[in-house]
Design a protein. Structure first.
Length: 133
């Protein structure tokens, strides 16, 4: 894969991993807020101050330059099935207000590019995110 492109994946345990490019594109936060648009199947991530209610801590992985965010409770709150194996966000992008948008339904197997969660049809990125509370 191209190390200069954003790469975001989720483990079967509900941990979201992002590479250094994605971390810097999100302005290198120490915490984020996560949102979900159920109709479109989109997850939104925005940087926030660590003391913000429902902030999710961004942890550095001991080896390498990846960062991790636990989405275990987020997945439970929105009844999102955790993947059977690692999945990768097909086309992570930023919307006009700076929200990192991940198409959960179009996520593919991190190693083989096969859809793991359903439709691989691209979603319209205009959305109405519900906050994770």
């Amino acid at each position: 894969y191209d190390r200069n492109q954003m790469r975001i994946s989720m483990s079967p345990t509900g941990i979201l991993f992002k590479n250094k490019v994605a971390f810097h594109a999100l302005r290198s936060p120490s915490a984020v807020a996560a949102f979900f648009d159920q109709a479109a199947g989109l997850i939104g991530i925005v940087p926030v101050e660590p003391g913000t209610p429902n902030a999710l801590r961004v942890r550095k992985i001991a080896s390498g330059s990846q960062r991790a965010i636990s989405l275990v409770h987020f997945c439970s709150r929105f009844s999102l099935a955790k993947p059977k194996r690692a999945i990768q966000s097909a086309n992570p992008a930023f919307d006009p207000d700076g929200t990192l948008v991940l198409d959960y339904r179009a996520a593919v197997g991190a190693s083989c590019g096969v859809s793991e969660l359903g439709s691989s049809e691209p979603n319209d990125r205009s959305s109405s995110f519900a906050p994770f509370v």
